[in-house]
Design a protein around this ligand. Structure first.
Ligand code: ARG
Length: 261
């Protein structure tokens, strides 16, 4: 009857246009984390994650979406408390995090790396023993520094900053001798400051048979979009949309906008 048709029509509409319509997907993110999420001097939010969010949530799935600034350390409890619907924050998929939230399929490969000032006497990982390094609190960079400290029998001091720019400032001001952080974000800083460089050497990427970047890699990581563990339907929609944009060239277009190499 009429009611049945209407219900069927609504369902078909839902499937066709994604779960979209009037619902706004709020996205928690720690900003700035350039080139993934940062504000231009005109105050416009931009970056790789910002463009992927537009492609996935808006263009593919038909949702309204909006980014919400939040601190990275605490972003998982904040998601689970309902402060926003998903996390897009260059977040690495880890086993520990996957106990508390669910992740989309991976959408980016990253490496933990070490940068030092150009005039530094630190030339290799081993030279960091007894020194002080800077990291962003709660990140896999912080975890990589913890692992290094363990490797050095405890002989490493780790300064933890709320935001990655705090660690970069500390490097410039000689409060730390190195920053441990995601490769592309370190690369952005190296290019902009013209005063810092990557530590070189073979590392995790070579060990794992990856196309190794030309600097030392402490880990190989994959980024995922984070969801509450009861949000399977949205997560599956997002995985579908990620597959579509990887397939149809949209992902590659966004990638080459932010990463030349
Ligand atoms: N990939 C690293 C991690 O998951 C760092 C992410 C920091 N992201 C940010 N937007 N500040 O721990």
């Amino acid at each position: 009857g009429a009611a049945g048709s209407a219900a069927t029509f609504t369902l078909a509409g839902c499937l066709g246009g994604g779960g979209g319509g009037s619902e706004t997907i709020t996205i928690g993110s720690d900003i700035p984390y350039r080139p993934f999420e940062w504000e231009t001097t005109e105050g416009e939010l931009t970056g790789f994650d910002v463009d992927i969010a537009q492609a996935v949530f808006a263009d593919e799935l038909g949702y309204e979406h909006e980014f919400q600034k939040t601190s990275f350390d605490g972003i998982i409890p904040s998601l689970n408390n309902g402060n926003f619907r998903v996390i897009m924050s260059a977040m690495t998929i880890t086993e520990e995090r996957a106990e508390k939230i669910d992740f989309s399929d991976a959408y980016f490969t990253a490496y933990q790396t070490v940068i030092v000032l150009n005039n530094s006497d630190i030339a290799a990982k081993e030279d960091l023993k007894g020194k002080t390094v800077g990291v962003q609190k709660g990140t896999t960079g912080a975890a990589a520094a913890d692992a290094l400290k363990e490797e050095f029998g405890g002989d490493l001091t780790i300064q933890r900053y709320d935001q990655v720019n705090g660690a970069f400032d500390a490097l410039i001001n000689n409060q730390v001798v190195a920053v441990v952080n995601d490769n592309t974000v370190n690369a952005e800083f190296v290019n902009q400051s013209e005063n810092a460089k990557f530590l070189e050497g073979a590392g995790a990427a070579e060990d794992q048979g990856k196309d190794a970047p030309p600097y030392l890699t402490l880990t190989v990581e994959e980024y995922g979009i984070g969801f509450r563990q009861d949000d399977d339907d949205l997560r599956e929609e997002v995985n579908g949309a990620l597959a579509t944009i990887k397939d149809n060239g949209t992902y590659d277009e966004i990638y080459s906008k932010y990463f030349s190499g």
